[in-house]
Design a protein around this ligand. Structure first.
Ligand code: DNO
Length: 388
């Protein structure tokens, strides 16, 4: 039976995890992006080929682009939208001409994935990423000082929020702020004032406006994607909720189906991220995967453990609220009907063993992901064995 393509995210030549490490971990595919190019600017063929050659010289294949970022002007459809769309189309064309056809993006307003702690210590001594609603509300009320914050959390949270804030040193509040405003590690984060003005813009736009802008984006790139045989995959919102007054439109089965139908063409696909969707108790992952499976062209496998308040930490790949064996069973079946095997990557991993003493990108140290990949690979093999 056909196997999924084991892949690994590589942030490029400055990533502390080397291409050789990736090879030793057993991945064959590399998921990478040109983080050095400012969001929205054209990825030239030369820059793409340079990265491609680096990866191929290590005996690996650049199989997925994650991400080709969508500029805020496109998300908000502001003045410069059409010129950024033109640039996006050029980048897509250049990528396709270099043989890169699976391209991931997200449509999250301003902030990409959001956590409130990057080094939560587990009993074993390993460290993981954590999202805590009380800390988010501390930031929202006391740092961002957003008026509407009061209405956006359950009433009974505020006593805890005030207490938590009072117990925090200024240094801790600064750290929390830095973590929330952090984007992709190799790119610069968002400033508080940018976040404030963006919140106003998105308030005006609302969820429906954002959905319209996503449809406009997809329609504007449809012909180039079709001509160039590109599979575009939207990454779900992480976490799958509106946060800080910013609307989010890729949080659930309904959202994903809406996106697929908005421009109902095969190029318009999904990056199925089990950790992002799994952080919402409103999501039944197997049901979602079965509903959108024809259009899933890239997969992130990660687990989460939620508590009753909806706080969650990123747990071991096979251990947590996400039933990984069930999902892997569906993926194995899906993969058999594809002409090209579906790529997956272990999305994040614990910081553990020797990586605890190293400078690593949060979620992207080597050993935790190596463990995740090994477990997932074994799970897939076991499922395949059971079917044959
Ligand atoms: C976090 C990642 C995201 C993802 C983007 C895709 O670890 O899963 O940053 O790459 O949202 O556009």
């Amino acid at each position: 039976m056909k196997k999924l393509v084991q892949s690994w995210r590589w942030y490029g030549p400055n990533d502390p995890v080397s291409l050789n490490d990736i090879k030793q971990a057993g991945a064959t595919g590399v998921v990478s992006a040109l983080h050095q190019i400012p969001h929205g600017e054209v990825w030239t063929k030369q820059a793409i080929l340079e990265r491609k050659e680096m990866i191929e010289n290590a005996g690996l294949e650049w199989n997925v682009v994650e991400s080709l970022p969508v500029h805020e002007a496109i998300k908000t459809r502001s003045n410069m939208c059409d010129s950024y769309l033109e640039k996006y189309r050029k980048s897509l064309k250049n990528l396709a001409s270099c043989g890169l056809n699976t391209i991931c993006y997200n449509f999250m307003p301003v902030l990409d994935w959001t956590r409130t702690q990057l080094d939560m210590k587990l009993d074993s001594g390993a460290r993981s990423l954590y999202f805590d609603w009380v800390n988010l509300a501390v930031f929202d009320k006391y740092v961002l000082q957003r008026n509407e914050a009061q209405n956006d959390y359950p009433m009974n949270i505020w006593e805890k929020v005030d207490k938590r804030y009072k117990s925090m040193s200024a240094k801790k509040v600064d750290k929390l702020t830095e973590i929330i405003l952090m984007g992709v590690p190799t790119e610069k984060g968002v400033s508080l004032s940018d976040l404030r003005s963006s919140i106003d813009i998105y308030k005006e736009l609302g969820r429906d406006g954002l959905r319209d802008n996503l449809s406009y984006f997809l329609s504007s790139i449809a012909s180039i994607c079709e001509e160039e045989n590109i599979n575009l995959t939207i990454h779900p919102d992480d976490p799958p909720f509106d946060i800080l007054g910013l609307p989010r439109i890729a949080r659930s089965k309904e959202d994903l189906l809406y996106i697929l139908q908005a421009v109902d063409k095969p190029f318009n696909g999904i990056c199925f991220c089990t950790g992002s969707l799994g952080a919402g108790s409103h999501n039944n992952l197997a049901e979602i995967l079965l509903a959108v499976k024809e259009r899933v062209n890239f997969v992130h496998l990660r687990n989460v453990s939620k508590d009753l308040m909806g706080n969650f930490y990123e747990s071991e790949h096979l251990n947590g609220d996400v039933n990984m064996a069930e999902l892997m069973g569906i993926l194995v079946d899906m993969n058999q009907n594809r002409s090209n095997a579906i790529p997956f990557r272990p999305d994040h991993g614990y910081q553990m063993l020797d990586d605890l003493t190293k400078e690593t990108n949060p979620g992207y140290s080597a050993i935790g992901r190596l463990k995740g990949l090994a477990e997932l690979r074994g799970l897939e093999l076991g499922i395949i064995y059971g079917k044959t």
